[in-house]
Design a protein around this ligand. Structure first.
Ligand code: CTP
Length: 315
């Protein structure tokens, strides 16, 4: 048999192009992480002044009056005039408090969370952000936690999973119980064809008196984030929901911890296969996002002590 020295530690089924990123992660991760207050403050205040997520990330009745024109984020040639009917679906005021939260956990949906035992530490954060109505409970508690203060909802979930909310709406509203009274941020103004289903989601939530608080992303905020990061090296693709939420957290939270951000199909330390999601085995089909570059950016921010990426086991 070959001596242990000649056996490659790299399995033959390692995902394509993953060796380089895994080596980089291992090198950066082996150093003890420490928050670099200056780097964090500088980025947080640049985001505050240039992107103003604090009062522009969410459409409100205060920042988007009747008669204003909303330009779609991914279809710049299309816009929508705010009618009194559409206006009535906006929340009244800015949902974010003036004072920063101490610790935020931003939870992406990567299968890297499977068997991670990160649930307890995620739930210990003061503010927990989740993406795209992920499955909670069902045995996932130990690894992803249950606390949710803000959850995003991609329109494709209502279009694919709930018949576009054209029929019975109760199953959709009941599926929201696991997020309690959290803020639920929909994205009706990225693509024009998704506006009606997002409005129907708000009507359904109100009709069934669900405690969740629906609100809408402001496409102007997406544009300013894209510009902000383009000038700092992220030149391709639309920002993923997870990265948008990281930016909001960097403005709103003193300490930002990320879990479930790993857009590759091999584990960085154990090298076993990793699903795209912790709750299903569907393959990733990113067409508009450029995930390797997004991950590289997150790793850079981790190394600069701006935020902390959690990739291993939390035990
Ligand atoms: N994510 C990740 N690695 C994965 C899966 C997800 O880093 N393997 C992060 C991404 O930032 C993503 C977020 O977790 O935006 C939520 O995951 P998911 O619901 O799978 O997002 P997408 O379907 O890619 O949709 P979106 O266009 O909303 O980003």
């Amino acid at each position: 048999p070959p001596s242990p020295k000649t056996i490659s530690p790299w399995p033959s089924d390692l995902c394509k192009g993953c060796r380089a990123i895994i080596e980089k992660v291992r090198e950066r991760y082996s150093k003890t992480w420490k928050k670099q207050e200056d780097n964090y403050r500088s980025l947080s205040s640049q985001l505050r002044s240039q992107c103003q997520g604090f009062d522009r990330a969410i459409i409100t009745q205060a920042n988007t009056p009747v008669g204003s024109n909303i330009v779609y984020a991914a279809e710049n040639n299309k816009s929508l005039e705010v009618t009194p009917g559409i206006f009535s679906t906006f929340i009244k005021e800015n949902p974010f408090p003036k004072k920063k939260w101490d610790t935020c956990a931003v939870v992406g949906n990567s299968g890297i969370l499977t068997n991670s035992s990160c649930g307890e530490i995620i739930d210990s954060a003061q503010f927990v952000i989740r993406c795209n109505l992920p499955s909670l409970g069902k045995g996932y508690e130990k690894h992803v936690g249950t606390k949710t203060d803000l959850v995003t909802a991609n329109p494709s979930i209502m279009l694919k999973g709930y018949g576009g909310l054209m029929g019975p709406r109760r199953p959709f509203v009941e599926s929201l119980h696991s997020y309690g009274k959290s803020m639920m941020v929909l994205s009706p103004f990225s693509y024009a064809h998704t506006t009606p289903v997002c409005l129907r989601a708000v009507y359904s939530i109100r009709d069934f008196e669900s405690p969740i608080q629906p609100m809408f992303f402001n496409p102007d905020y997406f544009q300013s984030l894209a510009l902000f990061w383009r000038s700092r090296g992220l030149r391709r693709g639309l920002l993923s929901t997870g990265l948008v939420m990281v930016n909001i957290a960097l403005e709103q939270c003193a300490n930002v911890h990320l879990y479930g951000f790993w857009p590759f199909s091999s584990h960085p330390f154990e090298l076993n296969a990793v699903n795209n999601h912790y709750y299903d085995d569907l393959k990733a089909a990113w067409t508009v996002h450029f995930m390797p570059a997004e991950f590289d950016l997150l790793l850079r921010l981790h190394s600069q002590g701006v935020l902390r990426l959690h990739l291993g086991n939390c035990r």
